[in-house]
Design a protein. Sequence first.
Length: 294
Amino acid sequence: MKSRSVLKGRISVRQLWGGLGIVVVLLFMVGIDMASAHSLYIQSGRHRVSEGKKTPLFFAYGHHFPVDDGVRANKLDSIKVFRPDGEAVSIAPRAETCLQSQMVEYDVPGTYVLTAETHPGHYTKWVDLKGRNRNSIKPMSAVKDQASKIVKSLYSKQYAKTYVRCGESDGQYLGRVGLPLELVPMQDPTTLKQGNTLILKVFRDGARYTGSGHWDATYGGYSTEAEDLYHPGKDVRGDTFKVSLDQPGKWFIRYFIKTDAPADKKDEYLQSKQTATLVVLVPNERKQPSAKHH
């Protein structure tokens, strides 16, 4: 199957069509730190729809799948739905902290890509002058006078996406849509089946990333406990990693990289962290006869 990549540069944005809604996000923490360490995920009510069908997209923020806390509007920097022809629609989040749920109408056949980015944020973990462990969403410089030791200080930004297919698959899908850090599936992500191994390429700033990274994954229903993952964390190097999809369900895949702070930012944070996530659906066969509706 072929994948089509969106080239660098400005992407033209169509006028919002009726019922267009928002990308989904589920955020949960890397370890048990605090909000700035949460991860951004996108889901859809359905991942395969008929032409003209509306299905909800929604945000959540927390530790548990598939929904936890609400999301603040100012947490989100960019929300876009890429249509099958590569054109994008930008979506503004609701002002209040909520699940940000809206309906999306899939009005033409093809595969849609839903994306979101966060505003960058600080997270600092330190030991105070009385020996107590402390956490803050402020830069390191804001707590240095209160700290006897800086344990961790990150400057983080996140990029998320998922795919929804309208109608039958024609083998065409947008592989890359230009996220600064992006997971690119090497097969149509809307045709996955139980037992498949999903091969993912990592792109950073439009080029294949060949450095070190870390990935993990789980599926909805695997565990009720926060950060209890089916595929625990793995360190990898190079532009490719593989995820065994041996269980049906909605899969949440996360990959992140860390780099040392540049010289002019070392007072603000120790490391920069970029996280890319992907949600895909692995459907199961129907387990009970279809119910008759009267």
